[in-house]
Design a protein around this ligand. Sequence first.
Ligand SMILES: [Fe+2]
Length: 262
Amino acid sequence: MYIAHISDTHFIKDNPATLKYARRIVDTINGFEILPKFVVVTGDLVNEANWEDYDLCFCELNRLKAPYYVIGGNHDKASVLAKALKTYYPDHPKSEISGYLQYSVDIDDLRVIAVDFYGDRQDGYMTDTERLDWLEDKLEATPAGKNVVIIKHRFPLNTHLHFFAKRENPWYERFAEIVSLYKNKVKLIACGHLHNSLMGNIGGVPIVSTLSPFGLLNMDFQKAEPLVREDRDFLAFHVHLIDDGVVTSYLVPIDMVVKDGN
Ligand SMILES: [Fe+2]
């Protein structure tokens, strides 16, 4: 089963580049010879949680020829995002926890579990563990043989990037404990937030953050400032293959040569 993974589209109605580059990703996915079973969008769908930006975002995402599942980021607001989903994508799973966009959905022998760190707050809910209790219950109840993909916005480990490392907190220690406990069920943690591709693992469970079409993050070992390059001179996203419980992750680059009409 192929899963396309995109993130941090940061749609802005008044910034045509956000549509232009997200559209290239959508067109690339739609042009695959083998369409993904579904697409995950791991947060920061829009830049300012404005209704107009969600309108632009979902009109574009609805062009995908595969179903898609989203999670909010620090630039989204769960309440606005849930309302926009209800309007533009009513078939999307509904939240199982009030005030957040947190849900699970089964696709064949796979279960996608969306864990919402932010709700309506940009800085998240660092001490509230209700959603992690829910995650543990959900994993416990997942039948043996069903593979789980967790989608979330933030990378759940220390990134060793100066801008992000300062935000580590106990919430993630608890998250890691739960994933370790159920590492035989969880096959992949797909996330975003970092605007670049980082990989790690919790107890052998791979974590992959995918790139952003909005702008690329500079690593600390590169040039630390500016933090994000907006030149978009490299555009890519991920496709994950889950076959017999084993994950292979592909980085899919997009040709940046501008063609007429693009
Ligand atoms: Fe972002």
